[in-house]
Design a protein around this ligand. Structure first.
Ligand SMILES: CC(C)(COP(=O)(O)OP(=O)(O)OC[C@H]1O[C@@H](n2cnc3c(N)ncnc32)[C@H](O)[C@@H]1OP(=O)(O)O)[C@@H](O)C(=O)NCCC(=O)NCCS
Length: 200
């Protein structure tokens, strides 16, 4: 999950073993993952629906242009400072238009946690699966991580299918794992992916 107020820019411990890496441009010919820019703020905001706000735990609050801009600034800062959160815009490769986002949060011991979203009007066209595949390849090959995790609500079928489509394995149900902005605790399924199980 990413934080409601500033969308995942958190000050948790950075992974000391990770080399400084520039924002990559990752593409499979259909989607392109690269840096968010200030020009993406309106499209990002317009793409956030109730499902998005609920899944990321800030519903009934909603993002505003101000919180989106703050999130973008935090994400840019993390790339510049080798921070823990590596956020990438997900675009249609041909048009460059924003369709979603992907985040890798670096953890200790060469591990990372992924998060992802597809803007409401672009769902069910394979964008999340493609973005997660490219983002995981970058995490393993570009950053040298050994293990990736995703925390998914048990009833979030779309998200479960997304990670399962690249080889993530459900490793257990973590009771009351998440705490929403409103103090509600939620169970999460822990998914794990190792390089040898990655379906590229
Ligand atoms: C989860 C989410 C990112 C999926 O994005 P998407 O671009 O629509 O996903 P894709 O089109 O790549 O589909 C990936 C898989 O999920 C399945 N899927 C997508 N939406 C679905 C739905 N509403 N119900 C059931 N299955 C669904 C697809 O069929 C596909 O499965 P398959 O490989 O078996 O065919 C999107 O629904 C979303 O942004 N949700 C809100 C935010 C969120 O929940 N993020 C994840 C937090 S853990």
């Amino acid at each position: 999950m990413y934080s409601p107020s500033i969308h995942g820019h958190c000050a948790s411990a950075r992974a000391a073993t990770i080399e400084r890496v520039r924002v990559p441009k990752l593409t499979d010919g259909v989607v392109l993952l690269d840096a968010f820019t200030p020009a993406d703020a309106d499209a990002h905001l317009a793409g956030e629906d109730e499902e998005h706000a609920r899944r990321f735990g800030w519903y009934p609050n909603r993002s505003t242009l101000e919180t989106v801009r703050a999130a973008f600034e935090g994400w840019a800062q993390d790339w510049a400072d080798d921070g823990p959160t590596r956020a990438l815009a997900v675009r249609e490769a041909i048009t460059g238009s924003l369709v979603g986002g992907f985040q890798l949060r670096l953890r200790e011991n060469r591990m990372g946690e992924i998060s992802y979203w597809t803007n409401a009007q672009h769902r069910r066209r394979g964008f999340a699966a493609r973005a997660v595949r490219l983002g995981c390849a970058f995490a393993f090959d570009g950053l040298g991580l050994d293990r990736l995790e995703a925390y998914v609500e048990p009833d979030n079928v779309a998200s479960r299918r997304t990670v399962e489509s690249v080889g993530f394995v459900a490793e257990g149900l973590l009771r009351s794992r998440e705490l929403t902005a409103h103090g509600e605790r939620r169970d999460m399924v822990l998914y794990g992916l190792l390089p040898r199980g990655f379906m590229r």
